[in-house]
Design a protein around this ligand. Structure first.
Ligand code: SF4
Length: 331
């Protein structure tokens, strides 16, 4: 599969005030700190990590909803980090986002029809029978009856609101959709419906997804490949099968161990029986030296405290940043 999007050395630092009441200093919050990432055309790349690791910031950087501090993003052959506002607006037709909070993402004063139609109007379409037809098609695709078009967001359940958000994101027929924790705010019973809907729409419309989640259980079914992020860095990326069968970074292993195991046969095999990761994620204002995971890693060695591990291949399409792993055969 060819690359649809490529991020090279992507950095996002926020200038913030830190310190006590009497000694405030300005410092950089390193939300994303040097990420190289490829999203292939037609795939779903799962992006996983704890809250505060920078994954949502990375998702927004990739589609230039926020400007990068440094680095490049090449989307569909075009470098988008330096685009003018006009050129960026044209490019953004092909890059859309589905937000985590389906209620907060919708304007409570806009009807379903207005909400879904708005991106078309922003991109120059006129309100017409044709744009109303486009809304009808989108409602049908996301499984909402046409009769809902004149209703308002507060009249819907969380799952239905997320369907409206998906319809709005897809009406411009984008190539890439960033799904930013699209099921985290929903009841467990509704999560699978939304994941299945996104999966069906991907097949129907030939979409490429970046699917952001905070645990590996959620992305397992929908992802083609998975990238694991820790404190502003990607620490492991692999095909889904390889990552779940052979998680190589201690942080990925800990995330997998924290996925609840429900099937008795898995429990018998000891899946999910490893200790869950201890402590909180350190602050991005002063990330640990060397390997950023060393303050929580059960396998920490002296070198981990001083030297940052580089990404190294441990198998075909499976890269890991850890001093512990032996490099695989040359690619
Ligand atoms: Fe643990 Fe060291 Fe590997 Fe970091 S580099 S994950 S501290 S073993």
């Amino acid at each position: 599969m060819a690359a649809l999007l490529e991020a090279i050395g992507l950095v996002k630092h926020y200038d913030v005030e830190a310190g006590g009441f009497f000694r405030r200093t300005r410092t950089a919050l390193r939300a994303v700190d040097g990420v190289d990432l490829t999203i292939r055309s037609g795939e779903t790349l799962g992006l996983v990590g704890e809250s505060g690791c920078g994954k949502s910031t990375l998702g927004r950087l990739l589609i230039r909803l926020i400007p990068a501090t440094a680095g490049q993003v090449v989307f569909d052959g075009q470098e988008i980090t330096g685009l003018s506002p006009k050129a960026l607006r044209a490019a953004r037709r092909a890059m859309q986002i589905v937000f985590q909070d389906p209620f907060g993402a919708l304007n409570p004063r806009m009807s379903v029809e207005e909400t879904i139609m708005e991106p078309l109007l922003i991109h120059g379409a006129r309100r017409s029978a044709e744009t109303r037809q486009a809304v009808t098609r989108m409602l049908d695709m996301v499984g909402l009856p046409d009769s809902t078009r004149y209703r308002f967001p507060h009249e819907f359940s969380g799952g239905q609101r997320q369907r409206i958000g998906i319809a709005r994101a897809l009406i411009l027929r984008p190539k890439l959709v960033v799904c930013d924790e699209p099921v985290s705010a929903l009841d467990v019973s509704v999560q699978a419906q939304i994941v299945n809907l996104l999966s069906d729409l991907q097949g129907e419309l030939g979409l490429t997804y970046l699917f952001i989640a905070h645990d590996l259980g959620v992305v397992k079914h929908i992802s083609t490949r998975v990238a694991v992020m820790y404190l502003g860095k990607v620490v492991e990326v692999a095909d889904k099968r390889s990552l779940y069968a052979r998680p190589s970074h201690p942080y990925t292993q800990a995330l997998l161990a924290s996925v609840p195991v429900t099937h008795p046969s898995q429990r018998k095999r000891g899946v999910g029986a490893q200790p869950v990761i201890a402590g909180d994620i350190p602050t991005a204002l002063a990330p640990p030296s060397g390997c950023r995971f060393h303050t929580r890693c059960p396998h920490v060695m002296p070198v981990c405290r001083t030297d940052e591990p580089a990404m190294r291949p441990v198998g075909t399409g499976h890269d890991v940043a850890c001093h512990l792993v032996a490099p695989g055969p040359p690619m």
